[in-house]
Design a protein around this ligand. Structure first.
Ligand code: BEZ
Length: 236
């Protein structure tokens, strides 16, 4: 790919670009096959590389937790199917890392030798590599809309607890009509929509909205307990 070639990259709020692909779990038709579920579509630079191996072991070990939050995982790299299969077999049979062993990667891993999907999703970033996908993470909602995009460079392994936090925060915002402040975790106070009229702003500043704590008229929080959040979001 030429260094200054312009690539249309999907943005937050866009419909997830469609594709059909071969994966380690059979063919998929994306995002149609995932309608009704959240899905995290993520890329990694290459099979048989150490950072990616640590990431796959971590993500696969947490897969059930993501599934319980109605979220499926789909990986991708610019490698062929047989490389994917061989790498995932090696991970399961040979690699023990940070207490994780015998890890089976059950979610689909897309073969994308042609880079067709990687290019559609802006995963090839020539300043970083012309041949390897960067570590991209797309959070796609049950209607097929992209809700969050995070990119990491080749050298930086992702924090999967943060990816889980993002998923829960997105669902919490949807379910409860709130926003989540910096470093929010379930159980922390949430942000209520800003006052939409002078009267509401006055009431809030005079303490009349007694379920809220207001730091100023435009910045009010309320309690949302952890059980209420998790009961709504997690399916066991
Ligand atoms: C890795 O996963 O270890 C890796 C992949 C590409 C470049 C650098 C590191």
């Amino acid at each position: 790919m030429e260094e200054n070639q312009v690539i249309a990259m999907p943005r937050i709020g866009d419909k997830a670009p469609e594709f059909k692909a071969v994966t380690t779990q059979g063919e998929i038709n994306f995002p149609a096959d995932y309608k009704g579920s959240w899905v995290i579509l993520f890329s990694h630079p290459a099979d048989f590389t150490p950072v990616c191996t640590s990431e796959f072991m971590t993500f696969a070990s947490m897969e059930q937790k993501f599934n319980e939050a109605n979220c499926k995982l789909v990986g991708l790299s610019v490698d062929g199917l047989y490389s994917h299969i061989a790498w995932l077999r090696t991970i399961k049979e040979k690699i023990e890392y940070k207490g994780m062993k015998n890890v089976e990667v059950k979610f689909p891993l897309i073969e994308d030798i042609t880079m067709e999907v990687a290019k559609k999703y802006g995963m090839i970033q020539p300043g970083e590599s012309n041949t390897k996908a960067v570590r991209a993470v797309f959070f796609i909602d049950p209607k097929g809309i992209i809700r969050t995009i995070i990119y990491y460079p080749l050298s930086l392994g992702r924090n999967f607890e943060e990816l889980f936090r993002v998923l829960i925060a997105l669902q919490t915002a949807d379910e409860f009509g709130i926003a989540t402040p910096a470093d929010w975790q379930p159980g922390d106070d949430v942000i209520v929509p800003p006052a939409g009229s002078c009267g509401t702003a006055k009431d809030r500043m005079e303490g009349k909205a007694d379920d809220m704590k207001c730091y100023d008229w435009f910045f009010c929080t309320k309690k949302l307990d952890k059980d209420t959040v998790l009961k709504k979001i997690l399916k066991k």
